[in-house]
Design a protein. Sequence first.
Length: 393
Amino acid sequence: MTVLLSSMADSAPGAQRDVNPRAVRAAEGMARPAADISIVVPCYNERANVRPLVAALSVALKGREWEVIFVDDNSPDGTIDEIRALAEMDARVRGILRIGRRGLSSAVIEGVLSSSAPIVAVMDGDMQHDESCLGALIDAVARDGYDIAVGSRHVPGGDNAGLANGWRTFLSDAGIRLVQTLMPVRLSDPMSGFFAMRRDLFEHAVPRLSGTGFKILLDVFLSAAERPRVLEVPFIFRPRVAGESKLDLLVLLQFMAMMLDKFCRGFLPIRFLGFCLVGLVGILVNLAVLGIARRCGVGFAEGQGIGTLVAMVANFWMNNALTYRDCRLRGGRMWGGLVLFLLICSVGAVADIGIARAIFRSDGQWDQAGAAGAAIAVVWNYAVSSTLIWRVR
Ligand code: GDD
Ligand code: MN
């Protein structure tokens, strides 16, 4: 391609002026050897960090064939525009834009799956991971036969100084201790988000990954078919310069959910457990509203009606924020979702009462009849909400 373009440019008179520099660059880009290493970078609101990161990678990976794949969840700050501006000039830069989705782990999974390099490295897009350690991580896999090389803050030479505050340090240490009890191999920093590994190994683990929250490395370890050969490489976790951390209470809840999921070995979908938990909170909300209504002198039927409505709205809100956080509805779609949720739950309630009555008529057992009705209603609510409201893929 390059040859063809340049020979055409050489022979045509005045062609030098007419050559489109972008076409030439693109042609040269296509003539480049394929990358040996794909660096996958999840990013959300990291506009200011994209350019410095690519510049830092260029220095750190000099002499290697690499590409960087940014996976952006439609950041409001326009991170993708910055990625595309760089990609136009540099064929090593690629961007994946995901719309209507959120999540660090799932972003990493999609980035890795889009690559064809034999080795993939994962790093944050906020300059907190020291790119000068990438070479050592890559060599451990490419040259020394390790399956995974992990950037660790907790081996001699590593440091966690960049964690935002003491509370984050405490959480991180407590989490690591909890996780180490479940790990198939001893790792000093299983919560690290900075690692390199064989792409085929990652790909094999994908069907078993829970893909929620922040802890993709841990997810890979807990889902790997075989015990991987691992090397830990020390690195210093730098403080953030631009932007802010996205790790919040909900991400911590997702972490707990992932651990529970692994503990149940995927037997029960974790989303379903979340949905049930939210349902239980809904019952408490219903009872609380009923109690208030009673004190205000409202009759039972009206009180229960208001209680049920408030509980359903609260359930919708909690499910939208927690259970289906990765495909959360906003704006007009959220209000449409709420109306649909109320309808689905009403059908569920009618089915609940109908089934419970039928079972009660046949065996006269209060508890069994009630539990069967409720169980069928919750499965109905979950299945239909997942497909029609949040459209889980
Ligand atoms: N696409 C996408 N979608 N990217 C995200 C999302 C998301 O929903 N949430 C966070 N990210 C990106 C951020 O933009 C950043 O590049 C990277 O993931 C890490 O997010 P931070 O919010 O900066 O996390 P942190 O610094 O508090 O924690 C990180 O470092 C720890 C130590 O290595 C994470 O990597 C942790 O998993 C890790 O334990
Ligand atoms: Mn960070």
